[in-house]
Ligand binder design. Structure first.
Ligand SMILES: Cc1cc2nc3c(=O)[nH]c(=O)nc-3n(C[C@H](O)[C@H](O)[C@H](O)COP(=O)(O)O)c2cc1C
Ligand code: SF4
Length: 421
């Protein structure tokens, strides 16, 4: 299917006919309204989603390209900028050009935050809130450009797809035991750099996310729900006790994996969510001090059409993908009550984003709207939406997937269509 709707009415009628549950609102005022949270306020309902640029400087340092990208996002007017995956350890990097948080790179991060906040203040009269996404790439680690997988357990389909030998030993409990301290140290550095908080990344089947489905793993990190979630919980607790009380802890979490044997997948059909454990997980994380969630699904290495609905892959109707993602997010927002959830999956909707964003928020199905690919294609779109100066559809992300292809190739990722660098 190619996305081609002449009007909002046509899109709504199509969704209704196909049984896709998307909510729309003609009035988009809610998007400019602030969100008052525990100890801080978000100035509007827009969030820039985390997107790895694969354009760090030597040793994972902040480069000019990184700085320019985030200043562009700050100009765009979103209240929240959820920074891309930053590795907590050299061996956990997804590629040699991924950012790395360590003592050597700290000054660069400080300068970056200063410039991004200043840019927000100059362009929009407020400093956006900034969260650093802390990651360990686990199975997808490629620290020097070649795969060096660190797996929680063997997974038939993923092993095959990524040529992982059955002789590779899963990561030891001792290695995993060391990670809460590593995440806490990284969070303290993020705090010193000026970030308002961190996200302990647990999505897309990177290390912490893969552990959630380690049903057959032996030992303290496998088997029961408590064991599979133990490392994530310990990382949250370690960060909470190390950081200042007002420092925000967020979690980008897979609502469900949509792959065989995955987390929160229905036992009859892995493409359908079974959210019992996800709901248990978000409630437990909230009790441990996670104050904001950003929900996503799938894995870009296995089912990118689930992760980023698009017009290029032919696996399913992309609007079915959007509808499934919105449904998962709505269920988790309902379970979390007033704790904010950032919604995902909007870029596919292009010129109808304002109405879907306003509709989903107005119906209480999420609290903020995250834009991923659209932020690369048109960083000023949030501001344009809030001013009601809407650009024509042809100036918006086409979901061609070329930014992600650059990333997978280990090259600097950017919007190939609109960013003619
Ligand atoms: C180039 C690229 C890099 C990405 N890097 C990250 C990342 O670092 N962390 C993350 O959680 N998601 C990452 N994502 C996924 C996005 O955050 C987002 O979930 C996805 O693109 C769907 O949102 P959209 O439809 O608005 O693009 C990336 C996506 C793209 C296209
Ligand atoms: S490269 Fe394609 S998918 Fe990526 S932001 Fe640009 S138009 Fe969108």
């Amino acid at each position: 299917m190619k996305f081609n709707f002449a009007s909002l009415q046509a899109l709504e009628a199509y969704c209704q006919a196909e049984g896709f549950d998307l909510r729309f609102s003609q009035s988009t005022e809610i998007l400019s309204q602030p969100l008052k949270l525990d100890g801080y306020e978000l100035k509007n309902r827009f969030c820039v989603h985390p997107m790895e640029g694969s354009d760090a400087g030597p040793g994972g340092s902040v480069s000019r390209l990184v700085t320019e990208r985030y200043k562009g996002f700050a100009k765009g007017g979103s209240a929240l900028i959820w920074f891309e995956a930053v590795s907590v350890l050299p061996q956990g990097r997804a590629g040699p050009n991924q950012l790395l948080i360590n003592k050597e790179n700290l000054e660069g991060f400080k300068k970056l935050i200063e410039e991004v906040k200043l840019q927000g203040l100059k362009s929009n009269g407020f400093e956006p809130k900034l969260l650093m996404q802390l990651t360990h790439s686990g199975r997808f680690s490629k620290p020097e450009g070649l795969p060096k997988p660190i797996i929680a357990y063997h997974h038939k389909e993923l092993d095959k797809r990524h040529n992982i030998s059955e002789d590779l030993e899963p990561v030891s409990d001792a290695y995993l035991d060391s990670l809460p301290g590593v995440f806490a140290k990284a969070a303290l550095m993020a705090q010193e750099a000026g970030f308002d908080g961190v996200d302990i990344k647990c999505c897309h089947r990177y290390l912490l996310s893969e552990l959630l489905s380690a049903y057959e793993r032996k030992g303290k990190y496998g088997g029961s729900f408590e064991n599979r979630a133990a490392l994530l919980f310990e990382c949250v607790e370690a960060v909470r006790s190390a950081a200042d009380p007002g420092f925000i802890i967020g979690s980008r979490l897979n609502g469900f994996d949509a792959l065989p044997g995955g987390f929160a997948c229905s036992s009859d059909d892995y493409m359908q969510p079974d959210l019992g454990e996800s709901i248990r997980l978000v409630k437990a994380l909230k009790a441990k001090g996670v104050g904001i969630f950003n929900i996503t699904t799938g894995s870009p290495y296995y089912n990118s059409f689930v992760n980023r609905p698009n017009d290029v892959e032919k696996d399913e109707n992309p609007l079915l993908g959007v509808s499934r993602m919105f449904g998962v997010i709505a269920s988790l927002q309902e379970a979390l009550g007033s704790t904010p959830v950032v919604g995902t999956g909007y870029s596919y909707l292009r010129n109808f984003i304002p109405y879907a964003a306003a509709g989903e928020i107005a119906h209480g199905r999420c609290s903020l709207v995250g834009l991923g690919r659209m932020s690369l294609a048109r960083p000023n779109y949030p501001k344009e939406i809030m001013k009601n100066e809407l650009p024509p559809a042809k100036k918006l992300c086409t979901t061609c997937g070329k930014c992600a292809a650059l990333l997978r190739a280990g090259r600097a990722s950017h919007c190939v269509v609109f960013d003619r660098r």
